[in-house]
Design a protein around this ligand. Structure first.
Ligand code: HEC
Length: 123
């Protein structure tokens, strides 16, 4: 093995290691996830959010639409809610979600956005 190819492999290995940490994966939307997420929504989100209209918070459909191209940012937001529209809305005062809860809710809400006729869609 030449010196160049050894360096090459070392760099490649390091790069794989770095990317492995960064991979962002949402869980599959199984029937079990749907029922857990729906229950979580009813307990933790429904007090303020409705699906398609303003309530004590912006419509959830619009929120999810906004994050549709960047689900990782939605997970981050749910773990650390920071003021987003200070002119229009108060900050979201909730117990921050854990990584697992945030991923579950993001996966489910994106699924509902794509499947609005799902019987489990929030009202
Ligand atoms: C106490 C009321 C309240 C509860 C409960 C609540 N929210 Fe919110 N939510 C808000 C308000 C108010 C905003 C607008 C915040 C802002 O613009 O800074 C918001 C905004 C959002 C946004 C959009 C943020 C953005 O970038 O515009 C998402 C996504 C969201 N909520 C998800 C959830 C989820 C999921 C739950 C349940 C786990 C939840 N919310 C529970 C009040 C609430």
């Amino acid at each position: 093995m030449t010196k160049v190819s050894r360096t090459y492999w070392l760099v490649l290995l390091l790069a794989c290691g770095i990317f492995a940490v960064d991979v962002f994966v949402l869980p599959d939307v199984t029937p079990e996830l749907k029922s857990s997420a729906s229950e979580f929504f009813n307990n933790e989100c429904k007090g303020c959010h409705r699906w398609a209209r303003k309530f004590a918070a912006p419509p959830m459909r619009d929120n999810v639409q906004h994050y549709a191209s960047d689900p990782a940012a939605m997970v981050e937001y749910l773990k650390h809610p920071t003021p987003q529209h200070p002119d229009e809305w108060p900050a979201m005062e909730i117990t921050p979600l854990t990584e697992e809860q945030a991923k579950m809710m993001t996966a489910w809400l994106l699924y509902i956005l794509k499947n609005p006729d799902d019987p489990g869609r929030p009202k």
